[in-house]
Design a protein around this ligand. Sequence first.
Ligand SMILES: Nc1ncnc2c1ncn2[C@@H]1O[C@H](COP(=O)(O)OP(=O)(O)OP(=O)(O)O)[C@@H](O)[C@H]1O
Ligand SMILES: [Mg+2]
Length: 460
Amino acid sequence: MTLRHRIAAVAGGAVAVTVLAAAAVVFIAVRSELRGQIDTALRARAAQFVTGPDPDHDRGRICSRDANGNVEHSFPQPPSGNDDLRFGGAEGYAQVVCPDGTVVRATGATASLPVSARAREIARRGAGEDVSDLTVRGTSLRVLTLRARGSGALQVARPLTEADNELERILVVLAVVAAAGIALAAGLGALVARTALAPVSDFTRRSEALARDPDVTERMAVRGDDELARLARSFNTTLDALERSVDAQRHLVADASHELRTPIASLRANIQTLDEADRLPPADRAALRADIVAELDELTALVGDVVELARGSKRARVLDDVRLDRIVEALVERARARAVGPTDVRLALEPTVVRGEPDRLERAVSNLLDNAIKWSPPGGVVELELRDGTLSVRDHGPGFDAADLPHVFERFFRADRARGMPGSGLGLAIVRQAAEAHGGRVEAANAAGGGALMRVRFGP
Ligand SMILES: Nc1ncnc2c1ncn2[C@@H]1O[C@H](COP(=O)(O)OP(=O)(O)OP(=O)(O)O)[C@@H](O)[C@H]1O
Ligand SMILES: [Mg+2]
């Protein structure tokens, strides 16, 4: 079921339910109004029996027995003389139920009413009142039973035929009106759905066109300030992010292929020299081989760095609680074992737990330590301090040129004086990406007493 059909159904359904409810209320109101009229008429008629134009006639006498022990067979009815008794036959339906259950009919009564238990009780007790519907020989009647003057109960009845006919007519009219209302509701529902969804269809068409011919520089047109405009804006924000990400990947690939060219060319030159290795003295040959192996190592490291950078600064789905201080200790241990230069590394580490990815954290710390050792003068001191979640790495090397500071975290950035050193300029870019992936940040600065000071946090 499409959204359009759903909206049409809900809107149409709501109107249809309202129409039906209104029709039901009207029907019930009319019905009770008609019944009320009949009941009023019945009471008026009954009053005539009690205080009718024949005051001498004591109706209490009706039930008294004559000398032979018989009750009267009938009693005269007072003329109704009342035009508002619209439902005919009133004259014919009146009877008195004596306390002993004997029924005495009015003179000229055309039918007799069956006596219910309730009517008998009213007759016996000479108290109470009852109004009920009754069907006598196929005619439905409204019967009022109330205490007669003297003794027994007086019952007056009126046929419901006319009232029922009237109700039937009203029901037909209501049914026609309701049917027309429902048809109108269905039409309106369809119209509402079409009007409400027209901009959505337009939006869908445009986004489908975009999906068919993906171009991250395209944007949805934002019209007005309604919900759809907001949707379009957030769609565009997504496209912005996508464009940035696609651009970043494209640049990384371009930079990487550019940077790979030099080591590959040098490797190729060395391998070509290897062809003539027979003519080289054994020592040169060994040096050449060592060169090739070193170049291959460098190339491998570079490819690894590029792959690492391609991960972007997106947070991992699964994170561990990692002891950052232990990672730092282990890396320093490894550096000491490799004994790269006579560097003295001093540690002041607080136990620190970071929620993150151990391999990324290790790689970032390792890059900072490598730089510090690489730039330390022989016998220089490298100080590592971990306090309040911030790791500071300080060396006593030349520090950064002020002009380089804004660029040191860029990919492939290397200061002029770094040209003679190993490295590709990806180390600090990887550190920044790892810090950001953990919701943290990294800063580069020159320390007060000279040398570089790097500060990194892997968390907010
Ligand atoms: N501790 C430091 N002292 C002085 N300069 C530094 C220091 N750390 C980094 N730099 C400067 O910042 C540049 C970028 O550093 P980065 O670690 O990104 O690259 P790299 O060390 O040259 O190469 P890689 O780390 O990829 O092997 C370096 O080339 C260097 O000029
Ligand atoms: Mg580095």
